[in-house]
Write a protein that binds this ligand. Structure first.
Ligand code: GDP
Ligand code: MG
Length: 598
């Protein structure tokens, strides 16, 4: 009977349509957190998420709800991120649910990520409950939003809930709809244990904490469990739920969403998507698990202080447990020393990993310019995967270089079709087709090199469409294009961490931009610094940084003390992110200069 009163659901939406705000209102209305505790966006508990106002990691929370029929229900709400970089997190959280609230902004309507996330939910056979949010806005058009849901997603939205996460209007009715429309879980209590690991994190005191959804059977402290994919066995030390702070429980049963600890010490012993069963009475078939999403972007990561290599390694291992899409392997650079080649889902993911390592693990890092992975077809016919531009062999050793291509879909209002096409063309895009979604909106489709998308494409797209465009892309395959490697030399020494790959037509222009940018970014040293761009032995661009003559603080000796303190502070902070490359002090910015080229 307890099981009939459980409702497990996620909230899916396009970014900024109001998932986190609605989640906050639900927590507030059900007294899950007291008003005193309620900070805005309760579920976004990572400091980075608060700073940026985006959801990065999903979070689950148990909510007790006393319904109008007089009965008490338990909701497990799992928040999901909305950015295209993080759709792997969305699919993970959906596997733990029976239903999903599909939140659509009443003034924006259905957007690219609404579609993508809803398809994931439909794939998982979830009951989808359309919710029109922001009905308080003067520009809200709930009827139009409903029509779009019906037309574009094929869902009946005539009865969609209409709410305002801001004012709380309609949230009470929404809670009733969750009880009525989302099915209760139907796992078998008598069967042997079968639970899905949908997230995990490392805790200094408790070791590895697994977020689980129990599908069949039950689990309690003292039980002996087995992780099916590794065969390893453990004794359960604690089970509980997140409320949203951890609350211990005696037992978790089929249908429950909660956490489990079992003295799992090493981060390598479990994987997200694995199935837990009981040691004695193991279930025959594991749960389906997850699609592993391959990284799209690679970058080198080096500690500013070389002695922190082991700390960085440990931090990456811990973070990987919490972020299954992060990949890394050791790499050495003649310029930067020992570090790691890391794979990310996109630039935002890369940013987030860097900031988390710095904030949560207290590391100072130098990251090298992001790159996609290229395929070099070698003379003997073999394929060499190049995830670091400096690894591209010399010109005579391969017959061609291939780069990943994507199908990019840009959804945009009519008026901006021109600027969008112009931008895609400039980024080596190949027009495929254009679909009118309704009277106002168009889906513009291009084939484009992934390398052009990962840099500043999204920002350019936003600025050329006043923020109205949304982007979705998927890798379609590899294509041979005329690519060359450009090396950067500082005082005649090739700096491997600054090498990059560009299309031959652009190579001269990019080499020039790169040397002149480096000239601005690298501070004066007490000797002259010669910067050169080269393809093989051929120098194609150059610049010179003159040595400084005077003490840098000379100018500020007489200035007002406040300003002087600030300047010194700024210098100190800047210094932390400098790396001695041979003789030359190079700042972090210089390694990212390639991102700023047009
Ligand atoms: P998420 O990215 O889907 O989690 O969206 P958020 O919950 O972070 O909301 C995005 C922005 O929309 C924030 O600035 C919210 O304050 C605002 N917002 C959310 N719900 C409403 C609403 O019902 N009305 C109005 N006017 N603004 C809202
Ligand atoms: Mg959010």
């Amino acid at each position: 009977d307890y099981q009939k009163h459980i409702r497990n659901f996620s909230i899916v939406a396009h970014i900024d349509h109001g998932k986190s705000t609605i989640a906050d209102r639900i927590l507030e209305l059900t007294d899950t957190v007291s008003e005193r505790q309620l900070k805005n966006q309760m579920l976004d508990d990572m400091p980075l998420e608060r700073q940026r106002g985006i959801t990065i990691k999903m979070n689950s929370v148990e909510i007790k709800y006393h319904a109008q029929n007089g009965e008490d229900y338990i909701f497990h709400l799992i928040d999901t991120p909305g950015h295209v970089d993080f759709s792997y997190e969305v699919s993970r959280s959906l596997a733990a649910c029976e239903g999903a609230l599909l939140v659509v902004d009443a003034s924006q309507g259905v957007q690219a990520q609404t579609l993508a996330n809803t398809y994931l939910a439909i794939d998982d056979d979830l009951e989808i409950l359309p919710v029109i949010n922001k009905i308080d806005l003067p520009s809200a058009n709930p009827e139009q939003a409903k029509e779009e849901i019906t037309e574009m997603l094929g869902l009946d939205a005539s009865n969609a809930a209409e709410v305002s996460g801001k004012t709380g209007q309609g949230i009470g009715d929404l809670l009733e709809r969750i009880v009525q429309d989302i099915p209760a879980p139907d796992g078998d209590l008598e069967a042997s244990l079968k639970a899905l690991i949908f997230d995990s994190k490392y805790d200094d005191y408790r070791g590895v904490v697994l977020s689980i959804r129990v599908e069949d059977g039950m689990v309690k402290p003292g039980d002996h469990i087995k992780i099916m994919n590794t065969g390893k066995e453990y004794e359960v030390t604690e089970v509980g739920v997140s409320s949203p702070h951890p609350v211990k429980k005696d037992i978790l049963i089929a249908g429950d969403v909660g956490y489990l600890t079992a003295n799992i010490k090493s981060v390598r012993e479990t994987g997200v998507g694995d199935t837990i069963t009981s040691s004695k009475n193991a279930t025959a078939e594991p749960l389906p698990g997850y699609r592993q999403i391959p990284p799209m972007v690679y970058s080198g990561m080096y500690p500013v202080d070389n002695s922190k290599y082991d700390d960085l390694k440990e931090a990456l291992q811990k973070l990987q447990l919490n972020d299954a899409a992060l990949e890394f392997e050791p790499e050495t650079s003649t310029a930067l020393g020992f570090g790691f080649r890391c794979g990310f889902l996109g630039l935002l993911h890369m940013d987030v990993v860097q900031e988390r390592l710095e904030q949560e693990f207290n590391l100072d890092l130098i990251m090298t310019a992001p790159s996609v992975d290229y395929h070099a077809i070698m003379n003997d016919g073999s394929t060499k995967v190049i995830d670091n531009p400096s690894d591209l062999p010399s010109a005579g050793e391969y017959s061609e270089v291939q780069e990943p291509y994507v199908k990019a879909e840009v959804m945009v209002p009519n008026d901006f079709v021109g600027p969008v096409m112009e931008l895609c063309q400039r980024k080596r895009g190949e027009f495929v087709t254009m679909d009118y979604l309704d009277k106002y909106r168009v889906n513009v489709i291009y084939n484009m090199p992934l390398a052009e998308i990962i840099y500043d494409f999204f920002d350019d797209l936003k600025s050329s469409t006043k923020g109205y465009a949304s982007l979705d892309y998927e890798i379609t395959g590899y294509r041979a294009t005329d690519l060359v490697k450009i090396d950067i030399l500082l005082n005649k020494q090739v700096i491997d961490a600054l090498s990059f790959i560009a299309h031959r037509d652009e190579s001269q222009n990019r080499a020039r931009q790169m040397t002149s940018m480096l000239k601005k970014l690298i501070p004066r040293q007490n000797f002259e610094v010669d910067i050169q761009g080269a393809i093989g032995a051929k120098i194609i661009s150059r610049a010179t940084i003159k040595p400084y003559r005077k003490d840098v603080t000379w100018k500020i000796h007489t200035g007002d003390p406040d300003r002087r303190a600030k300047l010194l502070e700024k210098q100190k902070r800047g210094k932390k992110r400098m790396k001695a490359v041979g003789q030359v002090e190079v700042p972090q910015d210089a390694f990212m200069a390639v991102l700023r080229m047009n």
